[in-house]
Ligand binder design. Structure first.
Ligand SMILES: NC(=O)c1ccc[n+]([C@@H]2O[C@H](COP(=O)([O-])OP(=O)(O)OC[C@H]3O[C@@H](n4cnc5c(N)ncnc54)[C@H](O)[C@@H]3O)[C@@H](O)[C@H]2O)c1
Length: 318
């Protein structure tokens, strides 16, 4: 059994991770997988998610907890483990840090959305939220686009300082700007990614100010959580979700649908863009991700195969 820890997973090639996320969307289109609705157990503000998925040679089971207040105890809000198993014998093959897999694959989900749903020449972008996912979103944003100015905003300014420190080690020549408010960040950015634990919209805006921008929502994983105000989905020419579960799970979709400021027919699955990309630079776009076990499966199996080849990780007797 192979054991892969956080730092081994963090060092892996972004291209391999993003290609694996693309593969997950292709499998989703072909329906060649077996994945239940994600099992979600809430305990007050905290949640436990069980995310199993079978496809091809492997099956993966990810068990992750989301404790939004964990930061008060010096812990990241997402923790977990992933077990990758052989789909013929059922034998467990690898145990991986589930939070690191989540950060990598969610970064790549955002990255692929940036690649297919934003102008190639975008130079100014913003990330709301400077936690684990915010950092990963910024890394994959800059992997896909030559960003010159990156605007950052978080309720906790120290988180932004820390994130800039880490980004500077990898992406130099970028101007990092700490926005005073989320409104200011949205105004100055062409692409806006939100990766916060917020329960209510992060900013207010008039429809005219949102035109031709691309909005990517990574947080808001419960029907009572919203990162973007209704006006974003209302103004969007196209709305995409990584999985149809997002339509029931995320307040960014559930709330505007309930208020009838958005219509169900406008919401499409992201995977259709792989067959025909309908994006053009004049469109206003909203993309909502809640994640799915299929991403974890394709990413962890690619990581497993590379790790074996490059002798990364620790082989342990099980
Ligand atoms: N879409 C997916 O597949 C996926 C995967 C993993 C995590 N998530 C979600 O992404 C979100 C972020 O996760 P994380 O691991 O980065 O959490 P984290 O605790 O590491 O970071 C969250 C950050 O958001 C900031 N924040 C909270 N409310 C804010 C507000 N109103 N304005 C500005 N900043 C605010 C916090 O200060 C913190 O720095 C969570 O909701 C998590 O469930 C989504």
């Amino acid at each position: 059994m192979l054991f892969l820890n956080k730092s081994e997973i963090q060092k892996l090639d972004q291209n391999i991770i993003q290609t694996s996320v693309k593969k997950a969307y292709e499998i989703a289109s072909s329906k060649d997988y077996n994945m239940p609705d994600r099992m979600h157990l809430s305990d007050g503000l905290n949640s436990l998610l069980l995310m199993p998925c079978f496809s091809g040679q492997y099956f993966a089971t990810k068990l992750v907890s989301v404790f939004p207040e964990a930061v008060k105890h010096g812990q990241p809000s997402v923790n977990g483990v992933l077990v990758l198993s052989d789909n013929i014998s059922g034998k467990p093959l690898a145990v991986m840090d589930g939070a690191a897999i989540t950060a990598q694959r969610t970064g790549a989900v955002g990255g692929l959305a940036v690649k297919l749903l934003s102008p190639e020449k975008v130079r100014a972008a913003g990330v709301l939220g400077a936690g684990v996912q915010g950092f990963s979103q910024a890394r994959y944003l800059m992997f896909n686009r030559r960003i010159e100015t990156l605007y950052l905003y978080d309720l906790n300014p120290q988180m932004v300082e820390n994130m800039i420190g880490k980004l500077k080690q990898e992406f130099y020549g970028v101007e990092y700007v700490i926005s005073r408010t989320a409104e200011e960040l949205v105004e100055k950015s062409r692409v806006i990614i939100a990766a916060t634990t917020s329960h209510s919209p992060l900013f207010k805006a008039k429809p005219e100010s949102l035109k031709r921008k691309t909005f990517i929502s990574i947080g808001s994983y419960r029907p009572d959580m919203q990162e973007f105000p209704d006006v974003v989905i209302e103004s969007a020419d196209d709305v995409f979700v990584d999985t149809v579960f997002a339509i029931e799970e995320s307040g960014d979709i559930v709330i505007p649908l309930k208020k009838r400021v958005a219509i169900r027919e406008k919401i499409k699955e992201f995977s259709i863009l792989l067959e025909k990309n309908t994006y053009d630079d004049n469109k206003t776009i909203f993309f909502k991700s809640v994640g799915m076990g299929l991403f974890d499966l394709t990413v962890s199996s690619a990581i497993y195969e590379i790790a074996l080849k490059k002798k990364i990780g620790h082989l342990i007797d099980f």
